[in-house]
Design a protein around this ligand. Structure first.
Ligand code: TTP
Ligand code: MG
Ligand code: MG
Length: 441
């Protein structure tokens, strides 16, 4: 007989099977990790929202010089794939329908999926906008079997999204669950039972193991190592000596070992950034420049997390440590750098500085979906349109930063107001600036 026991809250909620008869914790309960990933996520949403696109090659991506975000399975037949230059996609598949990304719509559906997954397992980790790991250990008892849980989850995802499909992988550890979810894409389910793991790994190409990049793969190929089975032909010691951490990790994976737990994601209540200036200042231009910097950091974090907030707060601390905060509520939730900056700027412009400033901070909160409060000055339609336009600039900037580092791209405003020396200082102060994410309270 078994009972389900909660762990102490500080360790997070998890299910643990305890044998009543023996009175001892049962450590050999089968661990199950489920990985779900939406099929052609952005493109499928476009097809769902515009039924005339169903069954047709659809390519979602940025302007002519941009890259492909993703494409429908119909377009994949022509060799189009994510991260490919749009120009190449146009050459391969000129008849496709080309669509600009609508990040807010995708984030909205992602949030809906995240909420749903929480009803399946207390331990859900959103790994990206369209995929998640669920700890399914012990949940057979609720769903009948872990496979049935997977099918139910697939059905529920399709229902809650209004028609999108996902693929599910179920395996004893995380990396195998992720690889499993790719086995039957699209709209598939693949269960890798513990007794099949070793045969599966034996022929699994090392390039399918997360963490094995192009260079590592080339070095492996030179050793004649193509599959995880080949990895085991050399000793653990060999891998450690030859490739250090990466080698050891590869050995572990080839053995089917992946101790990483599913780490649940708690939505932040706010996103903020602040800086204590090297010298106290009365210079509003400088403060505005810092607000722009903060808006970029906070905006990028929000967009990464698929969040947007209605409340913008500016915090000012004076040289004598007195502190003032002012906030405004907007008619709709925002996440674009420009909109956050504009709101912050409006606040600062309306503040009378009571002395030199030693710290300036910015926070965005109010992520929940409330009924929008109209601000009479702004026409809502315009705001929505504006946020969309800004959204695509942010997507471009975020992508460049991802590739070339945080300081690679500086907006016109920052560039115009900062001299070369100041820009360097901002870059180094950037690292000192505290970006806090307030969880819970
Ligand atoms: P993926 O899950 O990698 O791809 P996908 O959902 O489009 O297709 P699949 O059925 O193979 O899972 O990425 C999820 C979304 O993230 C994708 O729809 C668009 C976006 N994305 C990019 O914008 N750029 C990229 O390079 C990748 C890989 C994804
Ligand atoms: Mg996907
Ligand atoms: Mg994905």
């Amino acid at each position: 007989m078994f009972l389900v026991k909660d762990n102490p809250p500080e360790q997070g909620f998890s299910l643990e099977l305890v044998g009543i008869n023996s009175g001892k914790a049962m450590t050999n309960a089968q661990r199950w990790i489920m990985h779900m990933d939406m099929d052609a996520f952005f493109a499928s949403i476009e097809q769902m929202d515009d039924p005339s696109l169903k069954g047709r090659p659809v390519i979602v991506g940025g302007g002519h010089r941009g890259v492909v975000s993703t494409c429908s399975y119909e377009a994949r037949r022509y060799g189009v794939h994510s991260a490919m230059p749009m120009s190449e996609a146009r050459r391969l598949c000129p008849q496709a329908v080309y669509v600009r990304p609508r990040m807010r719509r995708y984030a909205e559906l992602s949030a809906r999926i995240r909420e749903l997954l929480g009803q399946f397992s207390p331990l859900v980790e959103m790994a990206s906008v369209d995929e998640a790991y669920l700890d399914a250990t012990g949940l057979e008892r609720i769903f009948g079997s872990v496979e049935r849980m997977g099918w139910q989850l697939k059905r529920a995802v399709t229902e809650i999204t209004g028609g999108l499909t996902c693929s599910v992988g179920i395996a004893p550890v995380k990396f195998l669950a992720k690889i499993s979810s790719e086995q039957r894409k699209p709209d598939g389910l693949f269960l890798l039972a513990p007794e099949d793991v070793s045969a599966f790994l034996h022929r699994l190409p090392v390039t399918d193991v997360p963490g094995v990049g192009r260079h590592f793969a080339a070095a492996l190929s030179a050793l004649g190592v193509k599959t995880c089975g080949d990895v085991l032909r050399y000793s653990e010691d060999f891998w450690a000596r030859r490739f250090g951490k990466a080698g050891l990790s590869l050995w572990d994976r080839a053995m089917g070992v992946d101790p990483r737990p599913v780490v649940p994601w708690a939505p932040p209540k706010s996103e903020s950034a602040e800086v204590t200036l090297d010298e106290d200042t009365l210079d509003r231009e400088l403060l505005c420049t810092w607000l722009m910097r903060h808006a970029e950091r906070v905006g990028a974090s929000l967009r990464r997390a698929g969040l947007a907030g209605r409340t913008v707060t500016v915090k000012v601390k004076y040289a004598d440590f007195r502190q003032v905060t002012r906030q405004i509520s907007l008619p709709e939730r925002i996440s674009s750098t420009a909109a956050i900056y504009e709101a912050a700027r409006t606040i600062l412009d309306g503040m009378e500085l009571a002395g030199s400033v030693r710290l300036i901070g910015l926070r965005v909160s109010g992520f929940e979906d409330g009924p929008p409060v109209r601000l009479s000055l702004l026409d809502e339609e315009d705001t929505v349109h504006d946020e969309r336009r800004r959204g695509s600039l942010d997507t471009a900037v975020d992508a460049l930063r991802e590739r070339y580092g945080r300081n690679a791209v500086m907006r016109g405003r920052l560039f115009a107001t900062m001299g070369g020396k100041d820009r360097e200082k901002a870059a180094s102060q950037e690292d000192k600036a505290e970006s806090r994410r307030i969880r819970g309270a």
